[in-house]
Design a binder for this molecule. Sequence first.
Ligand SMILES: NC(=O)c1ccc[n+]([C@@H]2O[C@H](COP(=O)([O-])OP(=O)(O)OC[C@H]3O[C@@H](n4cnc5c(N)ncnc54)[C@H](O)[C@@H]3O)[C@@H](O)[C@H]2O)c1
Length: 428
Amino acid sequence: MAEQRHQSEHTLRAGMVGMGMIFDETYRPFFEAVSRQPLFDPLFGPCSVALSAVATRTGSRAEAYRKQAPAGVSSFASFHGPKSVEQTLAGGVDLVCVATPDDRHFEAAKLALGAGKHVLIEKPAVLTLQELDELDALARRQRVLVKVVYHKLLDPDHKRLRTLYADDVLQHVNNGYCSLLEPKSISGSQFAEWIKGRNPGTYVAVHYIKLIDFTFELRLKRITCTGQRGIVGPSDGNTWDSTQLRLVYAYADGREAAFDIHTSWVTPDNFPGYVEQEVQFRFDNGVWNGHSRKRGVECTVEGLTPTKLKITMNNHYNGSFLEPWGERSQRGYGTEVIERFMREVAAVEFGGPASERDQRLQAARSLAYNDVSADRQVVAAVQAMEAILERHAAGRPDCVVHVNDPAGGLVLRPPGVGEAEVLYKGTA
Ligand SMILES: NC(=O)c1ccc[n+]([C@@H]2O[C@H](COP(=O)([O-])OP(=O)(O)OC[C@H]3O[C@@H](n4cnc5c(N)ncnc54)[C@H](O)[C@@H]3O)[C@@H](O)[C@H]2O)c1
């Protein structure tokens, strides 16, 4: 029986670059679940997905995982050090997932696309529009997919928001705010190796930039940002504790909409939610309030909450469950988004005759929720935010970046008199 269950006509061999926190929360449960039950779709039939090879900085997380991984997943090849991505690619994989720190996505993705592999990148995919253009062109040349993970788009609350907006129940968004606050342990220990020169906005505001961009489909016009320093790094340095980003968008008729996105990675570790996420959007005819950790559950256990077990837990993202039918599972929108990508690759490769592969590729590319080519305004906002913070750290706070201005696609203007800098020439 067991053997029969594992027989699949097709297999996708996955390479994993980076095995940190997000691997543990989403990729690991995905690979473990799919090792028990292959993907199935009438279009491509059963399709196994195997974790074939991994690349990490030191190899220690890969070995730690191998020790505890279930038998069906533990036989991956592990490479570490500066050539580990090339070695992973040489081993023969069909697709690569990139989950390294965000300023190390581009190189790994470029190598994988250059080798003709489909690529999935953690958010933010890249930090500049120049990098986005390069990856998108390379993927088109190689006839493969390059996609980015924004799992919050699959959060049922955000799907509902988008549905009500698409159906014109909530009409014409005018403004709103989002906040995502991470605990100190993230900046202090989990990310200590790579946090220098980084900011929590690039790390987590992107979730909400994408939510706004994808849900409301407006044209980005201006970006401003400020932030605080002094806890993670020196008060006059370029490592940020918290950031406040403002995005102004325009409708075709000239009306504007503005959104403030506040982020931090220095919230106390014993904060009840551990991660705090809140949004409010105001429309011509309504208001949407969302709080991702106050969805109804509050649980206290002596000695466990709030550090080992969360008091207000997000069971939609990634919960461990004893299913009613007796099975143990770990699932939620965090793993669902990875499974969707694997299904898209399987549909391209196995979903019909080879002569129609290009049409299937085109169909997968047209999915704006995850295709890198549809991520231009999000990457533009990230690039602008990083440039504004860099100027701030160099003693010139309060710059504004204008989008698709007569001088260029992304134009940074300092306050008062001062020369504008074109961050990106083409259309953003
Ligand atoms: N979707 C989400 O909500 C979410 C949540 C957390 C992190 N992330 C994203 O995932 C990525 C990784 O974050 P994390 O929290 O897992 O970080 P982490 O610091 O916990 O892990 C990083 C991993 O990358 C590896 N690595 C670092 N440099 C490397 C290199 N040059 N080559 C190969 N491997 C390298 C490290 O060995 C480690 O395994 C980031 O882009 C982050 O934004 C996404």
